[in-house]
Design a protein around this ligand. Sequence first.
Ligand SMILES: C[S@@+](CC[C@H](N)C(=O)[O-])C[C@H]1O[C@@H](n2cnc3c(N)ncnc32)[C@H](O)[C@@H]1O
Length: 413
Amino acid sequence: MNMVPIKFEKIVCSGKTLGKTSGKVVFCYGVLPEEIAEVNFVKEKKDYIEAELVNIIEPSIFRVSPKETHYLNCSPWQTISYGYQVDLKKNITEDAIFQTVKKDLRLDSFYKASDIYGYRTKIEYKLDDSGPNLKYAFYKRGTKNLVPLEYGCALIDDMVNRLAYKFLDFINSLNIDRKALDRIVFRKGVNGEVLGIIYLNYKIDKIILPKIENLVGLVVIDGNNKKIYGQEFIEQDLLGTQIKYGYDCFFQNNIELFSKVLEIIRSEINNTGKIVDLYSGVGSIGFSLRDLASKIILIESFRNSHLYSIKNIEALGAKNVMSILSNSEKVGEDILKEADVVILDPPRAGAEKILLEKILRVLPKKIIYLSCNPITLGRDMSYLLQKYDLKKIYGFDFYPNTVHTETLAIFER
Ligand SMILES: C[S@@+](CC[C@H](N)C(=O)[O-])C[C@H]1O[C@@H](n2cnc3c(N)ncnc32)[C@H](O)[C@@H]1O
């Protein structure tokens, strides 16, 4: 093990900070730009070194005390003052897009979060069975070693953590084979309702839904089998629309800022004909536009999200919305044809080129692209800019205390 003091320069897209020693690049979490820190080299590659922070020798003026001792494993930016986090995120987003688009592009606005803790709707706790009682734990970042938690995680509402510990007391009171329990996910919905999902390494029968205030359902999963106690879905309110989603469906984590995204998208649409909402999930974006278009088509590839989008169509009586189970890139050109607006909200990998080619053939008036990865947004944007102008681009801090940013880009012909 090699312990050396290094001066660090800047935070890169991965969230690690870059420094240099003897001409070699070093990446480390938990260090701020301009800081001198003592680090351990944990992996030496040909071109770079991965290091672990040992001690800050010269702290940055932007350094603050982290709220939690486990912060490096869930939200490594807890040591950065929030104002500086926002500046860093704006720069990271603009730089990442610039790398491919090669235009000096600036965000029109960057929306901060009003709560930098407690914003998540979902948390996943691993279970540590090394002591007499099970404990919640996270993986130590970059490893499969468990770090037991003192008290849950501050990224989710304290009400969920209190519930989670009552649930853990219940599990610890059962006479069960503890090694069977792998992890527990909690998902928070409207009015503080919480759904629990337990993933087992192998089947055990003794777990049932305990009586805990706000816990409305429990899904117990071993391999491909699941048992449901109470309900297996949760609901969320988005701009006054109640959206249901299943225990394993994607759902946005930061409701405050996602609602802001929806307001901006709504302001871009007035009395439109057809909207195609690609990568639609359970329909969160599409349903919020249902009073502004004559027809909305949701395209989603994950079966349970598609099934919940159909339940949402029924529950909302949304007769002008239809949902198709399909990969977005496989959707026929006839579906995209004559769309006034095409919405894309892909996973981190971005959209497939074949889909962008189809969109550039049918040429909708407007393209609205919500992205959780500015690198793939830049790549896809450079393609769309062949035939579209970028009208507006906004950043959102969906994930305070982490490097992640959300970007909304509006393109017009
Ligand atoms: C970032 S989420 C956005 C979901 C939705 N727009 C929302 O705001 O809740 C991306 C969604 O795309 C789905 N997905 C992933 N790959 C896909 C593909 N090739 N075609 C269609 N949907 C896909 C995922 O299951 C997920 O629901």
